[in-house]
Write a protein that binds this ligand. Structure first.
Ligand SMILES: C[S@@+](CC[C@H](N)C(=O)[O-])C[C@H]1O[C@@H](n2cnc3c(N)ncnc32)[C@H](O)[C@@H]1O
Length: 278
């Protein structure tokens, strides 16, 4: 008898339309899913095969760019609420089920400086870091640099339901660009804070081309655009010792802070890496 495939698409199961996929989380499929995604502390997943769920995915939007495919989809677990999930080339980027770590990136950064008037956020995602930055009345401008034009469009046109509200703040300025280039081109001492959340950390890149962002040239650009008293904060799924070493060569008071996050009754950890400009 042929082995059941790990994930059984709806059409093969005789269900649904091309935009609608139904994946059956078989034991084998769940293990494969865990292997594929276990490096991302952002991801919610059943933590035990006994909790295998019927999970339904409905594609909300899809775009192609020179980096490949970007998909926004709704994930609904049997009997539970629906969440939005962002994937780049099949790799889980983030969802809106648990975004405390994206907000914590902002709040931790805002605590580091006395006057965070000008803030640059690298990677818009679903906007949670930007939104938390803008909740601080000291912030006069939050520049969000996002590489995927389609995602900016989905935030602006309501495809991401909370997008328009978040972007309505007149202090929010969205730039479609690679943040590595944006840092290289920015004027010296133009920001009080630079927040980077474009990957799951330097050891788990969303795009291979982002590797250069964590090298000393780009870190030097990040330092150059910061004012004295400013800081860089990077979201990472691990302690990223290589990046810490590179940051230590460029920034003052470099530190790595582990943060706990609870994802579906599972304790996970992520790191905030900080460097200051004295
Ligand atoms: C994990 S999400 C960011 C989550 C965000 N902090 C939030 O609160 O929703 C990563 C985002 O960075 C974007 N990105 C990836 N590489 C980038 C780059 N080099 N420059 C700018 N944005 C990039 C991705 O398209 C994605 O939207």
């Amino acid at each position: 008898m042929p082995t059941l495939p790990g994930f059984l698409p709806a059409q093969r199961a005789g269900l649904g339309t091309s935009l609608r996929e139904l994946w059956l989380w078989t034991v084998d499929g769940l293990r494969r899913q865990q292997r594929h995604t276990s490096r991302s502390p952002r991801l919610h997943r059943p933590h035990d095969v006994r909790e295998a769920l019927l999970v339904e995915y409905v594609e909300v939007a899809r775009a192609e760019s020179e980096r490949g495919e970007l998909v926004l989809r709704e994930r609904r677990e049997e009997g539970g609420p629906a969440f939005l999930e962002l994937r780049a080339n099949g790799v889980f980027v983030m969802d809106n089920a648990e975004f405390t770590s994206e907000e914590a990136l902002a709040s931790a950064a805002l605590e580091l400086v006395d006057t965070p008037r000008q803030v640059l956020v690298g990677g818009m995602g679903l906007g949670f870091t930007m939104h938390r930055v803008l909740a601080d009345p000291r912030v006069e401008r939050c520049t969000v640099v996002e590489i995927e034009e389609a995602l900016v469009g989905w935030m602006r046109d309501g495809t991401v339901p909370h997008g328009q509200t978040m972007l309505a703040d007149e202090r929010a300025h969205v730039v479609v660009a690679d943040v590595t280039d944006a840092l290289a081109e920015a004027a010296p001492t133009s920001y009080d804070l630079v927040l980077l959340d474009v990957d799951n950390g330097p050891s788990f890149l969303v795009h291979e081309s982002n590797a250069r962002l964590y090298e000393s040239d780009s870190l030097g650009d990040a330092r150059r655009v910061l004012r004295p008293g400013g800081a860089l904060v990077v979201w990472s799924m691990d302690r990223a010792p290589e990046l810490l070493g590179a940051m230590a060569g460029v920034f003052d008071d470099v530190a790595a802070q582990p943060r706990a996050v609870r994802l579906q009754e599972r304790d996970e950890e992520y790191w905030l890496l900080t460097g200051r400009v004295r």
